[in-house]
Design a protein around this ligand. Structure first.
Ligand code: GUN
Length: 284
């Protein structure tokens, strides 16, 4: 079997076009959805992500600001900055790029963001709402993965979804979203013995381990949908994921590439969440 390649770039473009229409409606009412990204330090990968978020939001007719600060910024200074943005009515979305420098308490910082502007969905209130199936903000990467599955007409209800990785950004919310869509969900992680025994049972396999090419064709059930969240730069400069693409595509039924799979969706969903925040602000 050769897998159907899920074109995340094309699907992200479709999502973005729909957001663009919603932004136009807001613009007609005098609202300019505003996203502010805070970048602390000079991590090159973070700088790349932030650059593409800024380009996309500008293209959509949103107000886009990036606040860059050196890694010497204190926690109190960052909290003060967040407080200013919480009060600023022209800002609908606040995103603090992770990881933060080690001297900062990530939980404390994320908790300081007004949950109504928490377009990352990382505030405990939004995490709780996701758990309860209430409307809040859904973290962008897992939200994007659900869109990839839906646009590709991959059924979720009643399927066995296996998640490899249990981060707060991807693995944990991913399982919750799939559960809310009536999948049977298994979480696996770095301390799961005999990982393949679990992954081979997956109809939908989500891989977010941060380990290059950790999942190969031997871990995959024939015909499964495999979503690769990883992104790594190889020594030859090329990008690859947590899944060994060459062997996986011979076994999987559908597979996301790296690049051009999950990555563009994360940005598209950030735009959607920012637009949603502006729509909600108009209603209250
Ligand atoms: N770093 C890696 N992924 C993310 C994300 O989705 N949001 C934020 N804020 N930081 C990240």
């Amino acid at each position: 079997m050769t897998a159907t390649i899920i074109d995340g770039k094309a699907i992200a473009e479709q999502v973005i076009l729909k957001v663009k229409d919603r932004v136009s409606v807001l613009n007609e009412q005098g609202i300019l959805p505003g996203l502010t990204v805070i970048l602390v330090g000079d991590d090159p990968a973070s700088q790349t992500y932030v650059g593409s978020k800024e380009r996309t939001s500008t293209r959509l007719g949103m107000k886009s600001d990036v606040i860059s600060r050196p890694s010497s910024l204190t926690e109190d200074e960052l909290l003060a900055l967040i407080d200013d943005l919480n009060q600023d009515h022209s800002v609908h979305g606040i995103l603090v790029q992770l990881p933060l420098p080690k001297h900062m308490d990530e939980h404390k910082i994320l908790q300081a963001i007004d949950p109504r502007k928490d377009v990352d969905g990382f505030h405990p209130l939004n995490v709780g709402k996701l758990l309860l199936g209430q409307q809040g903000f859904i973290p962008c990467t897992p939200f994007g993965i659900i869109q990839l599955l839906d646009y590709s007409a991959i059924e979720i209800e009643g399927k066995h979804a296996v998640i490899v990785g249990r981060s707060n950004i991807v693995g944990k919310p991913m399982g919750q979203l799939l559960l809310n869509r009536h999948a049977t969900v298994t979480y696996t992680h770095s301390r799961t013995p005999d990982l393949a025994e679990f992954t081979k049972q997956a109809d939908i396999l989500i891989v977010a381990t941060g380990q290059p090419s950790m999942i190969t064709g031997e871990h995959i059930k024939p015909g499964a949908a495999v979503i690769d969240v990883g992104i790594h730069r190889n020594s030859d400069g090329r990008l690859s994921g947590d899944v060994d693409f060459a062997s996986a595509k011979e076994v999987a039924g559908a597979l996301t590439p790296v690049p051009g799979g999950v990555g563009p969706m994360t940005i598209a969903m950030l735009m959607e969440n920012t637009c949603l925040s502006a729509e909600r602000a108009l209603r209250t």
